[in-house]
Write a protein that binds this ligand. Structure first.
Ligand SMILES: [Zn+2]
Length: 448
């Protein structure tokens, strides 16, 4: 599969870090951002690369040449084939694609050189092929969905709507943000757009929302924009700490599995009404810390209210959108959520018969944790389950995770640790430390 990397941006906001070199040439560690990206591609077999360059493009061309030369930074060959398209005048970020469309006969990867990424590209491509769309967007949750553009999806990850940050948004939404990496069919370049400057998102991708031809591939892997000096420094720090490569799903991941009712939100018995969903104090702060720690935050929840016919799948989805929205408002996100809709005892009025079964997913069974482990390549022995009930500790132990029991509802049942609430579980005795700025990145004691 060919790879097109858009390396033509001017990058004015970051010019205080480096004003005389193009943004893709700014160094992270010992080499330019773009070289990190090219290495990541080459290691996974993507060696056919087209770079679109503009402002100060000659610096990029001198450095990489046609990809066969030795890297001045590493003294090793780049090991790829590079062609260039030089934008004489700005064509918008998609204009160059129309100029090189003769070279694009098959689906291709379109990447933005302004972000540093390290992802499992083959996994991304597989997802794209499986869904058969014209476009797949790489998406992720972020720590500021309230002022980000949003991607709205249905249950099959088909993009139903694409909201810019200025657009009106629903009251509650999933935290899904476009990361600027795409797989694209050249078919979309057959469109006639009578404009001098063509914007990728506005003119090409957004109009596909709701047609069933564009999908969202949501992943917790590392993709971060370095458009401002502050963000650039954050990326450098992540690089020094080895966080960027570690999050590539080719590598084993660590997760913190979280129960929902009584752990994240206030326990109200069976939660049926969305208005009863309230975050517990300190939860957003604790999940924010998990997000910064390198552990995945994954919710696993028993929702027998579905089998009992008291809440529909659609209503449950809304409740979870509320959870993601409330967490997002405080800078926290979950990487995924698994729920068990089943219940073993049948014979009640209003129940959904086919869900009244003995299943492997209902905690204390470990089905949801095992499913998550498969999906995200998680090492369960390095992971934790946190919850306030016997079922949570049971599921965690069955999966081989370490466990933390919250509150005092349940007596000692062989949990590894005990804490008053999620905040204490994550911060230990230092729970009052204000972590709003994300400066303190200790792991919350989970690695001990
Ligand atoms: Zn189940």
């Amino acid at each position: 599969m060919k790879v097109v990397i858009m390396a033509g941006g001017r990058g004015t906001r970051i010019s205080s870090v480096a004003s005389d070199i193009p943004k893709p040439m700014i160094k992270i560690g010992n080499k330019p951002v773009l070289e990190h990206e090219i290495e990541c591609l080459r290691e996974q077999g993507f060696t056919d690369i087209i770079l679109t360059v503009g402002h100060l493009g000659h610096i990029i061309m001198d450095y990489f040449g046609d990809g066969s030369k030795i890297s001045p930074s590493t003294n090793k060959p780049f090991g790829v084939n590079i062609e260039y398209y030089v934008e004489e005048k700005p064509l918008g970020n998609a204009g160059a694609l129309f100029k090189i469309k003769d070279k694009l006969k098959e689906d291709f990867l379109l990447l933005n050189a302004d972000a540093l990424f390290n992802i499992d590209f083959n996994r991304f491509v597989e997802f794209h092929k499986r869904n058969g769309g014209l476009v797949t967007l790489f998406t992720h949750p972020n720590s500021h969905p309230y002022d980000s553009g949003l991607i709205l999806v249905d249950d099959n990850n088909s993009v139903t709507n694409w909201l810019t940050k200025e657009d009106d948004r629903p009251q509650y939404y999933n935290n899904i943000v476009n990361a600027g990496l795409h797989i694209i069919s050249p078919t979309i370049l057959e469109k006639n757009i009578d404009k001098e400057k063509i914007d990728l998102d506005r003119d090409l991708l957004k109009p596909l929302a709701g047609t069933g031809k564009i999908f969202s591939y949501k992943s917790p892997e590392y993709v971060k924009d370095m458009g401002t000096p502050e963000r650039y420094r954050a990326v450098c720090k992540d690089y020094e700490e080895g966080r960027i490569q570690a999050k590539n799903l080719k590598n084993k991941q660590k997760a913190i599995f979280l129960d929902r009712d009584g752990t994240i939100n206030k326990e109200v018995g069976f939660l049926r009404n969305i208005d009863d969903f309230e975050l517990l104090p300190g939860v957003a702060k604790a999940i924010r810390r998990i997000n910064e720690s390198g552990y995945l935050a994954i919710v696993v929840t028993n929702q027998p209210v579905i089998a009992r016919g008291e809440v529909t799948f659609e209503q449950l989805r809304e409740i979870h959108k509320k959870m993601e929205t409330l967490l997002g408002n405080e800078g926290a996100y979950i990487d995924d959520l698994f729920f068990c809709p089943h219940h073993p005892d049948s014979g009640f009025e209003g129940e959904v018969k086919e869900l009244k079964i003995k299943c492997d997913c209902r905690k204390p069974n470990a089905g949801m944790l095992i499913e998550a482990a498969k999906k995200y390549n998680i090492d369960l022995e390095k992971s934790w389950m946190i919850g306030d009930s016997k079922n949570d500790i049971g599921a965690g132990k069955k999966a081989g995770c370490r466990t933390i029991l919250l509150g005092n509802k349940v007596r000692d049942i062989g949990e590894d640790r005990r804490a008053e609430d999620l905040e204490e579980a994550v911060f230990g005795n230092n729970k009052k430390i204000d972590n709003k700025k994300g400066e303190n990145r200790s792991d919350g004691g989970f690695d001990r």
